[in-house]
Design a protein around this ligand. Sequence first.
Ligand SMILES: [Cu+2]
Length: 264
Amino acid sequence: MIKVIHMYVTSTFCYRSNTLKLLIKLASIFLISILAWAMPVSAYKETSVTNGGTIVGKVVFNGRVPKRTIMPTRDKSVCGGMRKEPKILVGPDKGVEEGIVYLKKVKAGKPWSKESATVPVLNQEKCRFSPTVQVIRSGKIAIVNSDPVLHNTHGYLCKSKGKKCARTVFNLALPNQGQRIEKSMKRAGTVKVDCDAHGWMLGWMQVVDNPYYAITDADGKFSIPDVPPGKYTLVAFQGYTGAIEIPIVVKAKEQLEITAELKI
Ligand SMILES: [Cu+2]
């Protein structure tokens, strides 16, 4: 009998102890997650870069370019009629226009440009986002409606490599022409923007925490100068393909040539 009671007490104690351990573990994970979320990303330090290298390159897409059919169902006098648009802007030599290129997790380097101090604008004009693709310094952005129709501008933070964009970062109704609302975009990351009133509207923003970025030109080319020598991860992103990451080594006063091939 004593043995049975002893076994019962021991097993109950073990059970309780294990439950307690599990609870402590869960609480720790929860606390760590909260802290990681609340803590600011380590701030970028501006220095003068005298021996920097330059990254030049081209973003390409070699596959068949998929198209989407846009069929406006409302506000046609402002938004236009049915049309087809390519999902990737690819030039004759396979260069991808409006690709975003940036370096991840740069701790120190060249100063931010003066332009980056002004509040960037995401305009909505003729039911299109303008610019369709932009890179913004983490901070404020102004969302503007230039149309005489309601736009409900909705931004989603993408999870990884520009995919799984589901977490709402802003959701703004702008019923009036000329309306302007400022939002704070503190976290670096890719943001997909659409409009709840016009399902075909699509735009992309990359919020960055360092000034090493570029948007590709009509030939898919880009240049990122004054990069302090070192190892980095270069990211090339396009809304439909998502992002690819390329490990690179930048050497003092040298030019590094990169071809970033995006794939579906
Ligand atoms: Cu809209």
